[in-house]
Design a protein around this ligand. Sequence first.
Ligand SMILES: [Zn+2]
Length: 165
Amino acid sequence: MTRKNTPEENAAAKIRKRENCRRNSAIYRERHPERVKAYEIKYRAEQPEAMKAKRLAYKTRNPERYKAVVAAWRNANKVRLYAKRMARKLKKRRQILDYLERIQKGRCAICRQKIAGTPHIDHIIPRAMGGSSERSNLQLTCAHCNVSKGAKDPILYAREIGRLI
Ligand SMILES: [Zn+2]
């Protein structure tokens, strides 16, 4: 007849098992770093939510270290970040161009002629006068009109070209 394990024996067995598992896992990690790396990359890609939660937990536990890790990563990935920023900027510019071309029907906002060649994105209130780069302050012009308007006050410019009294 087999004797039933005491709760203490069961607990001890559980701990042994866990320790074995940990040891084997460490051995595996040491022997197959490339497999572990591949798994981590796959996990990260497949579990974005879990990764986000992990990051947040780490940030809450170690705010200073988190800041340092982020700064180090940014420093090591400067080129990548720059390329991403530029891509975002270009995409936004393309969207603004498409929108303005549509509502202006391809015509210059100043001389009303069809824009031949590359349209210029003009700041209605010039940036030099504090005009924003939001869509509501932008218009497409032909190169000639854009250069002639320059950074002039839009009202003064309109008078200059006879559009306002
Ligand atoms: Zn024009």
